[in-house]
Design a protein around this ligand. Structure first.
Ligand code: BDR
Ligand code: CA
Length: 313
């Protein structure tokens, strides 16, 4: 008998790689609902893009709810210079087939988690919605199977030398969520991990020449992102990291990963380090303080095979 698929809530800011995460979730999980947050692009775009992703990957009955329009404390700062004005640059523009389901992502998260124990929550954008939901209902972390998020890093940042975008965009929210790491399992897929999973020109080429419409669309998204990344690093052949699907794979295929239990704090005030995840690597700190299972390594070939199969299915 096959094991039942994990039942998941996806909180995202699509965003090129968020779309890829939704594709992987559509193939390997039972998606209970999707909530959108402002991040890569303003909220009205990320919510709309989530509905487009549902159309592409057959999530016709999955509700999409829009949530926080801005971070808890920080000013809103998008990443449209990477993902494009609408958050989905690259392929021809599409219209979603249906209207949004609600504007109350926070209430949806609270109700879903209270009505079903053992859901996984997979945030792939700034953690604003998740922090607000936990603030509204303190019992939520204890009811989840876990939280698997893309964000942070054990090494370098991407927006600044030390900070990764999702945590940098709303550090107060990330700090509030990680504070619950003793009530629920928290898995962190940071840049140290996601930079191991790279889409190279051959990977993109296979998607673009696939007969599947979803694969062609995703191929065009990743093509756009790879070009941006190649210019950024000054190497025309460089593969681009596929960040967000890693947070889904950490739920669906944990055997591909090496996790280490670490204490992770979010820097909310440093002038050079605001938004940094401070990951304690000493090894002799109090083990009871360790609040996060940090993904350190992944079988990248297996991950890329799974991602490609999900996009072409
Ligand atoms: C993260 O930031 C966003 O731009 C991506 O969608 C990903 O979630 C990478 O730092
Ligand atoms: Ca994202």
């Amino acid at each position: 008998m096959p094991l039942p698929l994990p039942r998941v809530l996806i909180d995202c800011d699509p965003g090129l790689d968020d779309v890829v995460a939704i594709a992987v979730a559509s193939a390997h999980t039972s998606v209970v609902g999707i909530t959108a947050v402002a991040g890569n692009a303003p909220l009205h775009h990320t919510e709309r893009n989530a509905r487009i992703a549902c159309d592409l990957f057959g999530l016709d009955t999955v509700a999409v709810h829009s949530g926080a329009e801005r971070p808890l404390v920080a000013p809103p700062r998008d990443a449209t210079h990477v993902h494009g004005k609408t958050g989905l640059d690259g392929p021809p523009q599409r219209e979603p087939s249906r209207p949004p389901d609600s504007r109350d992502a926070i209430e949806f998260l609270v109700e879903s988690i209270r009505s079903e124990e053992g859901l996984w929550l997979i945030p792939t954008g700034p953690l604003t919605n998740v922090a607000l939901a936990i603030r509204a209902a303190r019992d939520l972390p204890g009811r989840l199977a876990g939280i698997s998020f893309m964000g942070g890093s054990t090494s370098h940042g991407n927006v600044t030398a030390t900070a990764e975008y999702n945590v940098w965009a709303d550090p107060e929210a990330a700090a509030a969520v990680l504070a619950h790491g003793h009530e629920t399992l928290i898995r962190m897929c940071g840049l140290n991990l996601t930079h191991q999973v790279r889409a190279d020109p051959a990977f993109v080429g296979r998607l673009l020449t696939s007969s599947s419409e979803a694969a062609q669309f995703s191929g065009a998204l990743i093509h756009h992102y790879r070009n941006y990344h190649a210019i950024l690093v000054g190497d025309p052949t460089a593969g681009c990291p596929l960040h967000d699907p890693c947070a889904v794979l950490a739920v669906t295929h944990p055997d591909l990963f090496a996790f280490e239990r670490r204490h992770v704090a979010v820097e909310c005030s440093g002038s050079h380090t605001r938004g940094m995840t401070v990951v304690d690597g000493r090894g002799y700190e109090d083990p009871k303080a360790r609040n996060v299972s940090v993904a350190m390594a992944i079988d990248a070939d297996a991950a890329l095979t799974l991602i490609s199969a999900a996009l072409t299915a």
